[in-house]
Design a protein around this ligand. Structure first.
Ligand SMILES: *Cc1c(COP(=O)(O)O)cnc(C)c1O
Length: 227
């Protein structure tokens, strides 16, 4: 009789499976698994869910709200040196100061005003989080991100006008589109702008993203469970 595999029952079981799938997708694409950083997106989950994942060796986490991150991460960071927390949600100017003080990476730089505000806060605080530009590859009106046709110019403005390094690009493809053209498109924009970090791929499509060059996959529900 054929045995059916049970779905992974705990956060650590799910994490193990995600790691396996990342490694397999990387190898299938002729890449080494170490080239792909797992960003564990822990939004809505508390320390009791996050701690075992840190215990299992994960070091990179993603949050989508500044306030929520400030409420739960400082104690975790204090007791686990070397953690890296990414902001993956939209950033308002009035939260930029806190964001610069707290986050290691801000993945959602997407407009002139926030680029300018971040430059001011970086100067004021002497903290230099890595900055990625979010590209709205599907040009969805309700979605954050710079429009694709404005991406090159925006990246150049960030660099020349505000002195930002811009080390990565990030995208969230439209829910009801095929994701692969969006991933390929983001990869092209990165290449022609000399950017090597590509944050793309979530629980539903990270293998595809790895195939198309993702260096960072942002995975929430496949690790922590449904929100
Ligand atoms: C929530 C979120 C994720 C993770 O989504 P899952 O589908 O749960 O893996 C990734 N990126 C961003 C920007 C998010 O807000």
């Amino acid at each position: 009789m054929q045995q059916r595999k049970k779905p992974p029952a705990t956060t650590l079981d799910r994490l193990a499976l995600v790691r396996e799938r990342i490694a397999r997708a990387a190898r299938d694409a002729g890449r080494v698994p170490q080239e792909v950083t797992l960003v564990c997106v822990s939004k809505t989950f508390g320390a009791q869910d996050i701690s075992p994942v840190i215990g299992a060796g994960e070091r990179v986490f993603g949050e989508n709200r500044v306030q929520e991150a400030l409420e739960k991460w400082p104690p975790l960071k204090a007791s686990h040196p070397g953690l890296e927390v990414h902001l993956v949600g939209p950033l308002q100017s009035n939260k930029a100061h806190d964001a610069v003080l707290f986050f290691d990476v801000i993945e959602t730089v997407d407009r002139e005003k926030i680029a300018k505000t971040l430059a001011e806060k970086i100067q004021k605080t002497s903290r230099h989080p890595k900055l990625y530009v979010q590209v709205n590859t599907g040009a969805e009106p309700q979605k954050a991100g710079v429009l694709p046709q404005e991406a090159d110019r925006f990246i150049e403005r960030c660099r020349k006008e505000y002195g930002h390094k811009i080390s990565g690009l990030m995208c969230i493809p439209p829910l009801d589109d095929q994701a692969s053209p969006h991933f390929a498109f983001l990869n092209q924009i990165a290449s022609r702008n000399g950017i090597s970090v590509l944050s793309m791929g979530m629980s539903a499509d990270f293998e595809l993203a790895i195939q198309l060059g993702a260096t960072h996959v942002r995975i929430g529900s496949a690790i922590f469970g449904e929100r």
